[in-house]
Design a protein around this ligand. Structure first.
Ligand SMILES: Cc1cc2nc3c(=O)[nH]c(=O)nc-3n(C[C@H](O)[C@H](O)[C@H](O)COP(=O)(O)OP(=O)(O)OC[C@H]3O[C@@H](n4cnc5c(N)ncnc54)[C@H](O)[C@@H]3O)c2cc1C
Length: 596
């Protein structure tokens, strides 16, 4: 057994993990353990932009950004955390610029910004240009920039090491156990502090924008170690995934002037959000698409609608007013613009659909996209153990696997990349300070026993079930019953199905019994994580008898602030799921009805 000793152990090398590593490594010996090579992390696929009220294009204020975020969250976000994020956004973006991040520029050399759903001028209520972008590869640029900076800062990277357990006994966290993908060896990473930054778990659903590796590993590990998860019933469906494939078409396309059309060629968002139309927040647009399809307005009677970026002159539903920039110039996209501003999107459309988006509309449907819930933390990334907000010393989390909570019941576009860099940095700074004052905790003797036994059992099982079949059944049942719309009978059906799948999971087997690059084994372990997260999502969704943000109950259509203006906290043990609740932090913005 190899034991590696570093003061700070960060699990995950996406935007959150790398930002934290960069700051922690300024004062402490820091290791990053990642199942992927760092620059293959999902952050690298983020297209549209990162939000900050720089006001480079038109008037904007961080307070407007904060209000939009709270409103977008359907008032479930903790407002103290939102204020920190929107205020720190501005300095953090300039810091990234100074690290060398190649943002797009305005003609006078400032960082260029574009419109995005839910971001508005709070006086006129029209969409405001707040998303800073580097073409449609913003996340890629963030990841590359941070990785270079981490290398410069001598962060120790352990790539293709999959963390499978947390060493956490009697409230003390002393490291993690990892499985080396290339060799099948177990390693202990012994640290004074551990931080999780493992991203989301979109693979619970069948149509998803998420990469294959987004399986919620740290969230499941925490649950198994008695650490709860917050607001798991809130999962975002992005309105524009490529039909049947789920591959994301960024909201930036609508920010640049693209519009949604139903099968009759109507610009239907005018009905659902008369002011911001196609740029309403994601939960609103996803529901509108589902409703159009249900009313028989899908294209050719199918379950999809069209996203149209062809020039507005060819489209009678495109109002002249919508097609103008604040300076009065037209902002419809020419073929050249599509190639220059949305190069990757144009490429996806050509590769996967065989169409040129500058000439033909893109068939789209809502796709599972983003986990609003996760490991509960405070604004310095410290993990919280319960509804009393008890801090677990030495355990941190940030990014999509965490819930601080700035996104509440629904995240605004561009606010995740922002969450990564702002709270990744805060966690990194806090960890650097924390490890100065504490000794290395003792490692328990039997740190790897239970996880080794679990993986051995999986490998030696000779049952008839396959990982692919169980995963597919889980994804279909979650898509049908715990998706954009939910109701009691469907959720109960999903829970029963997940319980059945968990039993059948005990009887899975796979071919590869070897030690080198045994992805069969790791996929089987990841499926166990996904099943746990599916169960807890469905249980939390069943109990919340209201509709709020991404959680839309057909049997309880209204938001119910009297009973449900609170965060859920969920634990899981052999007896099932336990739910408790804690209040939402409200500073300035009293809950109001959301009008778009
Ligand atoms: C297609 C797409 C486009 C998006 N576009 C935008 C956008 O334009 N703007 C925006 O704000 N947000 C966007 N988002 C959301 C945003 O990109 C993600 O929420 C964010 O990048 C997550 O970053 P992260 O650092 O938390 O995790 P990730 O970037 O997902 O990285 C997770 C890391 O954890 C590691 N890891 C996971 N499990 C283990 C394990 N068991 N052991 C060791 N390592 C592990 C992985 O190797 C990886 O390094 C988009 C998301 C997608 C899917």
């Amino acid at each position: 057994m190899k034991i590696h000793k570093h003061e700070v152990i960060i699990v995950g090398a996406g935007g959150a993990g790398l930002m934290a590593a960069l700051y922690a490594s300024k004062k402490a010996d820091t290791a990053v353990v990642s199942k992927l090579y760092p620059t293959r992390s999902h952050t690298g696929t983020a297209q549209g932009g990162v939000g900050a009220a720089l006001g480079n294009m038109e008037e904007d204020h961080w307070e407007w950004h904060a209000f939009d975020t709270v409103k977008g969250s359907d008032y479930l976000a903790d407002q103290d955390a939102v204020e920190v994020m929107c205020r720190d956004a501005i300095t953090t973006i300039y810091e990234l610029e100074h690290m060398g991040l190649p943002f797009d520029r305005t003609p006078n050399g400032k960082i260029s910004q574009r419109r995005f759903g839910g971001h508005t001028n709070n006086t006129t209520h029209k969409a405001v240009m707040r998303a800073c972008h580097a073409a449609d590869r913003t996340g890629h640029m963030i990841l590359q920039t941070l990785y270079q900076q981490c290398i410069k800062n001598k962060v120790n990277f352990f790539n293709e090491f999959q963390v499978v357990d947390l060493i956490y006994n009697n409230g003390v966290c002393s490291g993690v156990v990892a499985y080396e993908v290339a060799t099948g060896e177990f390693h202990i990473f012994h640290g004074k502090a551990v931080m999780f930054a493992t991203g989301g778990w979109g693979k619970v659903w069948s149509i998803t924008s998420n990469a294959h590796t987004l399986t919620g590993d740290a969230n499941a590990i925490c649950l198994r170690r008695g650490i709860p998860q917050q607001d798991m019933e809130f999962f975002q469906f992005h309105p524009t995934g490529i039909y049947r494939m789920g591959i994301l078409i960024t909201e930036g396309v609508r920010g640049e002037g693209g519009i949604l059309l139903n099968g009759k060629g109507e610009r239907f968002m005018v009905k659902y959000a008369p002011t911001v139309k196609d740029l309403a927040s994601r939960d609103v647009v996803s529901r509108a698409i589902y409703l159009e399809v249900r009313q028989g307005n899908g294209v050719d009677g199918q379950k999809y609608v069209m996203l149209d970026v062809t020039p507005p002159t060819v489209n009678k539903y495109f109002q002249e007013d919508d097609a103008r920039n604040p300076d009065g110039s037209l902002r419809h996209l020419t073929e050249h613009d599509v190639e220059a501003k949305l190069e990757d999107i144009a490429d996806f459309c050509k590769t996967y659909l065989g169409i040129n988006p500058a000439k033909q509309p893109i068939p789209i449907q809502p796709t599972a996209h983003y986990a609003m819930g996760g490991i509960s933390t405070d604004i310095d990334g410290r993990v919280l153990l319960d509804e009393q907000k008890t801090v677990i010393p030495g355990l941190y989390a940030a990014g999509e696997c965490a819930c601080v909570s700035v996104h509440g019941a629904n995240r605004l576009g561009t606010n995740s990349l922002l969450d990564l860099v702002v709270f990744g940095k805060r966690a990194g700074e806090h960890i650097a300070q924390y490890v100065q004052n504490v000794p290395f905790p003792e490692l328990p003797d039997n740190a790897t026993d239970s996880i080794k036994a679990l993986l051995e059992n999986l490998k030696n099982s000779s049952g008839k079930e396959t990982v692919a079949k169980i995963r597919e059944e889980m994804q279909d049942t979650m898509m049908d019953n715990v998706g954009v719309f939910r109701e009691k009978v469907g959720i109960e059906k999903a829970i029963a199905k997940i319980h059945e799948l968990q039993k059948r999971y005990q009887a899975i087997s796979f071919q590869d019994k070897g030690t080198q690059f045994n992805t069969n084994l790791l996929e089987a372990w990841e499926l166990g994580c996904l099943l746990d997260l599916a169960e807890i999502t469905a249980e939390a969704a069943l109990v919340r008898t209201e509709s709020r943000g991404g959680h839309s109950r057909e049997d309880y259509k209204e938001r119910d602030d009297k009973n449900w203006l609170k965060h859920s906290i969920a634990w899981k043990n052999e007896r099932g799921v336990t739910l408790k609740y804690k209040p939402v932090t409200i500073t300035k913005y009293q809950p109001k009805e959301r009008v778009y």
